[in-house]
Design a protein around this ligand. Structure first.
Ligand code: ATP
Ligand code: MG
Length: 275
């Protein structure tokens, strides 16, 4: 059984235009899926359907086999599908960092000893060791984002949804979070990551591209991120390796389109040795 199922989903905020139309896909347990798309393409709207913050106007969303329309299942779904919002100010609830990170797991009735370990681990995972006693209001945007991520990690959700959660992080912070996500994913956590960073998308198992509230394309990074014309039309970048391999092929060099920097390096080395 898929962990997440979207079946003919339509959603409108204003009753006139659809923010999501005809959305059909499913995600299996343990998948790492990136969602791409320009501003206003429906990414956050789609994410909010996964933890039942928004309910479809038509069609259905099932998470862990439960229909999100069923209000008896809302708590179950929210406690298993943790979401980090695009804007950390929408997420932070307590004035002290440690209380904020503890808030989610506390609501799940995690015992006090375990709670302490979870808060410390989650803060370490986002590079905020020693920030326990800081006021959330005194933190920078990126630090608030890290606290919001730690709060969701401390819930140990089965499904982790990150809505542009790395947007405010510095390059090292982004790489660190990506490493943590890959480790959690290797341990079985299903991850849905909305991002504008193509180097992050290139590491996913699968990519969903949204355009005007519809699925424009769905497939592996190699299939999706080498579609130069489509991505350009949707104002999306290509990962570095795809951009360079495309430019080289365009210049008449016999090279395979790839999203993987190491593969590109191998090909270029082989060409250089032949020359
Ligand atoms: N609360 C809201 N009320 C009314 N319309 C909304 C609301 N939130 C989003 N929309 C509209 O729904 C559409 C999809 O918005 P959404 O926030 O899902 O896009 P997005 O892909 O997450 O964009 P971004 O990259 O800017 O975060 C847009 O046309 C937007 O104007
Ligand atoms: Mg958004």
């Amino acid at each position: 059984m898929p962990l997440i199922e979207f079946h003919d989903v339509y959603y409108t905020y204003d009753g006139e235009s659809f923010a999501l139309s005809n959305i059909n896909f499913s995600i299996e347990q343990g998948e790492f899926v990136c969602v791409l798309g320009g501003n206003g393409s429906g990414k956050s709207t789609l994410a909010k359907h996964i933890n039942a913050l928004l309910l479809p106007d038509q069609g259905s969303v099932k998470v862990l086999g439960k229909d999100t329309q069923d209000q008896n299942e809302t708590y179950y779904i929210r406690s298993h599908a943790g979401m980090v919002f695009q804007n950390p100010d929408d997420q932070l609830v307590a004035s002290l960092v440690e209380n904020d990170v503890a808030f989610g797991p506390e609501n799940l009735s995690v015992p006090t000893d375990e709670l302490r370990i979870r808060v410390a681990d989650a803060l370490a995972n986002v590079g905020l060791q020693g920030f326990d006693g800081r006021e959330t209001a005194s933190l920078s945007g990126g630090q608030k984002q890290r606290v919001a991520i730690a709060g969701v990690l401390a819930m140990k959700p089965e499904i982790l949804i990150l809505d542009e959660a790395t947007a405010m992080l510095d390059p090292r912070g982004r790489k660190g979070l990506m490493r943590v996500c890959r480790e959690l994913n290797a341990d079985g956590m299903t991850i849905i990551m909305i991002t504008h960073y193509m180097d992050e998308a290139a590491q996913a198992d699968r990519i969903i591209v949204l355009d005007g509230g519809e699925v424009a394309c769905i497939g592996s990074p190699q299939d999706v991120l080498t579609q130069h014309e489509l991505l350009e039309r949707l104002h999306l970048d290509l990962p570095f390796a795809a951009e360079l391999s495309y430019a080289l092929a365009h210049a008449g060099i016999d090279i395979t389109a790839t999203v993987n920097t190491d593969e590109l390096k191998e090909e270029l080395c082989a060409l250089a040795l032949k020359a």
